[in-house]
Design a protein around this ligand. Structure first.
Ligand SMILES: [Zn+2]
Ligand SMILES: [Zn+2]
Length: 219
């Protein structure tokens, strides 16, 4: 989808009525039965409110059809064929402009996820917690991949994972529980615990926290 959109965004479409660049928009959802499908998910539309086609359209539609509406000039990607699309408000399509930067960010996030998922196979051997953290801290990664990452937490056994995971709110309570168990194991392996007052890592044997000086119970 991104490569196609990037290609479209390079296309130069210009309104023959007002000479302004057309905006790349998401096509409106239409019912097939309406016969209005454009055969494209994206449309180039002139959103210039001063465009003569749009300005004159209101009176034309009122005269011809007795309705409120006007026309926006439109072209399809890969085509210079000219269309006029009826709109019933000035704001129609202004909310449908393709946000290319947002789509790029979404795509980058997806690529990062895929790289992290691929790296799961070797991260234990490399003792690299980064892919495990990427997957566990991203709620949009598939739940089975996130569950697969949890045992790797304890296998890598790195205390640097504790803070970011404690700070993350897991939407899935089961996943949260599994992560908590894994973090408990990592702490136990390092003879550590978290101070119940200040959350800093301290020795499991400690009876006074070295960070906040408050009393804690020895494990
Ligand atoms: Zn125009
Ligand atoms: Zn403390």
């Amino acid at each position: 989808m991104l490569s196609m959109l990037m290609k479209y965004s390079q296309e130069k479409h210009c309104c023959p009525h007002c000479s302004q660049d057309l905006s790349l928009c998401h096509a409106p959802p239409v019912h097939v039965g309406d016969g209005l499908g454009w055969g494209s998910e994206y449309l180039f539309i002139c959103l210039n409110d001063s465009c003569p086609m749009f300005v004159k359209g209101w009176d034309f539609i009122a005269d011809q059809y007795g309705r409120v509406g006007s026309y926006r000039y439109m072209e399809l990607p890969n085509s210079k064929e000219q269309f006029s699309m009826m709109v019933i408000t000035k704001d129609a399509f202004t909310g449908s402009i393709v946000d290319l930067e947002a789509i790029k960010r979404q795509d980058e996030r997806y690529q990062r996820q895929q790289e992290a998922i691929a790296a799961l196979d070797t991260c234990v051997a490399k003792k690299d917690p980064a892919p495990v953290l990427t997957i566990l801290l991203d709620d949009s990664v598939r739940i089975d991949e996130r569950k697969r990452a949890i045992p790797m937490l304890t296998a890598i056994n790195d205390t640097c994972c504790i803070e970011p995971l404690r700070n993350h709110v897991f939407k899935d309570p089961h996943l949260q529980h599994e992560v908590n168990l894994a973090l408990g194991q990592i702490l136990a392996c390092h003879y550590l615990k978290e101070c119940p007052h200040c959350s800093e890592l301290i020795k499991a044997r400690a009876i006074v926290c070295k960070h906040c000086q408050r009393e804690v119970t020895a494990d």
